[in-house]
Each structure stands twice: as C-alpha cells, then as structure tokens.
Design a protein around this ligand. Structure first.
Ligand code: ATP
Length: 239
C-alpha cells in the first residue's frame, strides 16, 4: 500500500532522514519507534507532503506521491493526526468533524461516519456542541483522531497519540486503534515513543535512530530483541 524508497529529507542543510525504506501492506498496523529527534515525525511529514523528501520515492497504492502537494495526498486517501492534537480550538466538536470531511460530497456517508466516530468515542457525542479548545487533552486527542477518520482515509498516520495523556486514556486510544484496524480495516502507521504500547498493538515495527531504520521485524520479534528492550522498553536483562 505504501512504500518509502531511500527517502532523504532535510531541514535546510540538516539531514533529518538519511535514506529510509519502509513498506506497509493494506490492513497492517505498523509502529515506528525511536528516541526523541530520531526522525519519526519527519517520516510522517515526508509521507503527507508537508516536508517533501529531497530525494528518494514514496509510492501509495502503486503510484508515486512524493511530488504531490499535501492536499493532493489527502485526496489520495492519507490522513495525518499530528503530534500535539492540533484541533480547531475555536470550533465545536461537530464543526471539527465536519472539517475532517471537507473533501467529501457524500452526505449520507459523512453522517454515517460521524455516527461511527461517536460510537468509538461516546464522550465526543456528549460534547458535540462544545468548543474544541475547552476539551481535556484526552478528548482533544480523540477528536483529532476522529477528525482524521472523517476523511475516510485508506491510510491513517498517527503521530504520538499517547503523548502527555493519562494511562487510562492511552489504553482507550489504543483500544480504538485496534478496533478501527480490525473492524473497519484501516491501515495505520503509528509513530510512538511509548514503544511497549505501540508494539503490542502493531503487527510489525521499525526502529529509527538518527534518521535511519536500524531494526525492523514483527512486533513479537522486536518486543524480544535485546537492543530494543534496553533502549526503548526500559528493560535491562541480567547478564
Ligand atoms: P520527537 O519524538 O521529539 O518528535 P522525532 O523522532 O519525531 O522526535 P523529528 O521531529 O522528525 O524526530 O526530528 C528529526 C531531526 O530533525 C531532529 O534532529 C530535529 O532536531 C530536526 N528537526 C525537526 N524539525 C525541524 C525543523 N522544523 N527545523 C530544523 N530541524 C528540525
């Protein structure tokens, strides 16, 4: 479904991605883990066209997308939930959701999808007339995910959905990630510093260090990899 081939991305003269190769098949949840500043957000920004790669190629559904503008990439079916849950804070919950569907014309489908996101996050239904900026951090994250789902994406890019949230909310968000994958068939590319949670929900994972993929494999394999355990799961095994 998605292929990054030798993607290099720069901020001015600073090389943030040094030739990244990633493949995602339809129906998968893929986790990208790594330390602060490793290049995880830049990987998502390169896919969504916000920070286009300087070299390399990105294919989506077999077609190159690395030369397209961000809105053309959204129109192809890729939605990104940015880090820090950037919702429209002056708009109501419902208006935020309407904004997510702004490229769509199928009114019945939009209504159905709004009911669906309300069933995933009932608190958003209770607060549908509330101004986004007055929601709690967890509710804003739910809204940010729901707004992306309103575009009915083929591929959902999630940047650090657990960041700064209470453990119970994190659990709920991860349950919904699993649900939209299993029940709705959504393909998900998940960037996380919470490597443990991410690998538990994902089918496969990539570890990024200093702008390069250093380890990859099934989540099961990564959860048992000694380097991953030491560096990202906070587990030190006795030697
Ligand atoms: P974090 O978990 O902190 O978000 P990350 O793995 O997502 O980290 P990136 O945000 O992609 O990492 O950053 C990769 C590298 O690019 C870092 O060295 C960072 O300092 C640099 N970088 C990121 N954004 C910019 C920017 N707008 N201008 C210049 N350098 C940047």
């Amino acid at each position: 479904m998605l292929e990054l081939s030798n993607v290099q991305t720069f901020y001015g003269n600073i090389k943030a991605l040094g030739g990244v190769n990633i493949k995602i098949s339809e129906g998968e949840i893929i986790a990208l883990i790594g330390a602060n500043g490793a290049g995880k957000t830049t990987t998502l920004m390169s896919i969504s066209g916000i920070v286009p790669p300087r070299s390399g190629k990105i294919f989506f559904m077999g077609k190159p997308i690395h030369l397209l503008s961000p809105h053309e990439i959204v129109a192809r079916g890729i939605s990104q939930v940015p880090e820090g849950r950037r919702i429209f804070s002056q708009l109501t919950v419902k208006e935020n959701l309407d904004m997510g569907a702004f490229l769509r014309k199928d009114k019945t489908g939009i209504k159905k999808d709004m009911e669906h996101v309300f069933s995933l996050f009932p608190v958003l239904h209770e607060r549908r007339h509330q101004i986004g900026g007055t929601l709690s951090g967890g509710e804003q994250q739910m809204l940010a995910i729901s707004r992306a789902l309103m575009a009915r994406p083929r591929l959902l890019l999630l940047d650090e959905p657990s960041l700064g949230l209470a453990p119970l909310i994190v659990k709920l968000i991860f349950q919904v990630i699993r649900k939209i994958n299993q029940e709705d068939g959504a393909t998900i590319f998940l960037v996380e510093q919470n490597a443990n949670m991410a690998l538990k929900v994902a089918h496969r994972g990539y570890v990024m260090d200093n702008g390069e993929i250093t380890i990859q494999g099934t989540s099961e394999k990564l959860l048992h990899n000694e380097d991953v355990k030491k560096a990202y799961l906070g587990i030190v095994t006795a030697t």
